[in-house]
Each structure stands twice: as structure tokens, then as C-alpha cells.
Design a protein around this ligand. Structure first.
Ligand code: ADP
Length: 182
């Protein structure tokens, strides 16, 4: 069952468990690496489902502007996914918490949301950035995700629906309980 919270502003925030590549939304966020070369985890799944055009575009972006730093976001077309655009953001690698990880993780959510708004998207689906291979502890990562999205929404008024797509049960439970508390 999806947990749905409707904010005072009319924006809905939903938590679902599943595969983000199967989702229908205007925009899907990818937890990319700085080279934008595709990889494992959700990045690999998105590239496989989108098709080879995505890697070609990502390589062109990286060739044009260099590596994408952690906390930043870039946009590509959606190719074979059921979305208009893919927002590629680079999460921080967890190094114990004293290396600016929290700020960079919050920035991933904030910049992705602002970029989606600039692109004219109305709905945006996020995976649980950095909580796989990059090792960010799931609870603080979920707290940062929810807080950063709520804080950035007033600056992205075109966005009316945000989805947190949790792959594993632990993240799903964490997000559900975070959105239950005021
Ligand atoms: P990172 O390198 O940012 O940690 P990962 O892809 O390793 O990226 O993991 C990020 C999160 O994405 C993890 O919580 C992982 O379980 C989840 N994930 C992996 N595959 C998918 C998928 N197909 N759809 C949604 N989430 C996924």
C-alpha cells in the first residue's frame, strides 16, 4: 500500500515500494555516478530499461561539462522509460558523516526538484539516493530526503506530485513512518 501525504499546498508526496524503471511519472531521478557512465544498482536498471540512447546522451553531457560533482544534477531525455525526462544526480559516498555528506545528499534532492521544475515537469520520482553501494545509512538518508524535498517544494511550484520509490522493505518502512509524523 502506498502512503500518501497531501501537503497544505496541494502537493502530494507518495511512498511506494518497487522498481523505479516501471513507474510512470513526468520525471525519474537516477542515482548516477559522477562520470554519468551508467553502473550498478538503480543506475544500471535505468540504463538497461531506457536503452542505449541514454548512455550516448550522458556521455555527451559529461564530455561537454566534465564530471558531475556530488550534490549536483543534470537532465536527459527519458528514452524507453515511461517518463519525459531523467534527472541524473550524484549522491555522496558515505565516509562516516564528517565529510559534508548530509549537505550533499540534501542538495541532490533539492537540485533535482528545481531542475524538474525548470523542465516543466509536474511529477517526480526519487530512488533512495546513496543508500546502496554508496553506503549512506538509511535512516538519516530518508530524513534528509523528506526534509530537503519539503523545503524545496515552494521554490518548485510546478511540481504537484513527488514519489519516493523504495526498493527494499527497510527504506519503505522508514519513509512511511517519516511521512506519518507531522
Ligand atoms: P548509490 O550508489 O547512490 O548508493 P544504488 O543504486 O547502489 O546507488 O542504490 C540506491 C538505492 O536504489 C538503494 O536503496 C537500492 O536498493 C535502490 N535500487 C536499486 N535498484 C532499484 C530500482 N530498480 N528501482 C528503485 N530503486 C532501486
Amino acid at each position: 500500500m502506498a502512503k500518501i501525504e497531501t501537503m497544505k499546498t496541494g502537493v502530494t508526496i507518495e511512498v511506494i515500494q518497487g522498481d523505479i524503471t516501471a513507474l510512470e511519472a513526468d520525471g525519474i531521478v537516477n542515482a548516477a555516478n559522477s562520470g554519468l557512465q551508467g553502473g550498478g544498482g538503480v543506475d544500471g536498471a535505468i540504463h538497461r530499461a531506457a536503452g542505449p540512447g541514454l548512455l550516448a546522451e550522458c556521455r555527451a553531457i559529461a564530455a561537454r561539462q566534465g564530471p558531475c560533482p556530488a550534490g549536483e544534477a543534470v537532465v536527459s531525455a527519458g528514452y524507453n522509460l515511461r517518463c519525459k525526462k531523467i534527472i541524473h544526480t550524484v549522491g555522496p559516498v558515505w565516509r562516516g558523516g564528517g565529510s559534508g555528506e548530509a549537505g550533499r545528499l540534501g542538495s541532490c534532492y533539492r537540485k533535482s526538484l528545481l531542475l524538474a521544475h525548470q523542465e516543466g515537469l509536474e511529477s517526480l520520482a526519487f530512488p533512495n539516493i546513496s543508500t546502496g553501494v554508496y553506503g549512506y545509512p538509511k535512516k538519516p538518508a530518508a530524513e534528509i530526503a523528506v526534509q530537503a524535498v519539503k523545503a524545496a517544494l515552494p521554490e518548485a511550484p510546478g511540481i504537484t506530485r513527488v514519489l519516493f520509490v523504495c526498493f527494499d522493505a527497510e527504506n519503505y518502512r522508514l519513509y512511511q513512518s517519516l511521512l506519518e509524523s507531522p
